[in-house]
Design a protein around this ligand. Sequence first.
Ligand code: UDP
Length: 239
Amino acid sequence: MEERKIYEGKAKILFDRGDPRTLVQHFKDDATAFNAQKKGSIPHKGAINCQISAHLFKYLYGKNIPTHFVDRPTPVDMTIRRLTMIPLEVVMRNQVAGSLSKRLGLPEGTSLPRPVLEWYYKRDDLGDPLVNNDHIGILGLASTDTLSTVEQISRKTNDILRGLMASKGIILVDMKLEFGLDAEGKVILGDEISPDTCRFWDAKTGEKMDKDRFRRDLGQIEEHYLALFRRVVEHDPEF
Ligand code: UDP
């Protein structure tokens, strides 16, 4: 089968395998942080993230969230719908962590009275700046209608995944989502949902089970990714 690499990112490669409706998203073990200033590799990360993402996308589909997931032909490859991606990252937060802690001077772990949504403009050369609806409008990144649909799906996705993770004794602290438009202009959830793109804390011990272990040199990265995989995927009766 003809295969063409159409994009290589920090943690994933996108292949065109000749089907006009789909692409294949390949998950790598490579890890980067701080706009690729810190580089490394986490053994088995590709397989763990691909399978966690596939599982969460399937779960969300069952709750009427439109996602780009089609199937997972291998542990590290996901067939996805072709979309025109919106150059925005949507961050949903339930507790204070990371950049919000720095920006607002609130301690990490502070519970937020309601989920907080933030937009970031996907531009590596600018360091993915925080933007507001007016910025998005003047840059023409998305229409008002599209933006309000993205917001609605993001809030619903957060509610669903927060509940799912709570049932497994894990706090969904925050997460980053990306969206695209299909050929009919319908808003679809894309990219991945994994410990690379979410903060997951053990509800009992507060232990971090996500990429902060890599960013902050906390050690036992692979062990915690695997433990998360087991709790989210393996022990789920729906798997
Ligand atoms: N995040 C991501 N990609 C990015 C930036 C953030 O997946 O380019 C995720 C990150 O893993 C966390 C959430 O978005 O779950 C919020 O990240 P934050 O703004 O606190 O930034 P950080 O502290 O990671 O720099």
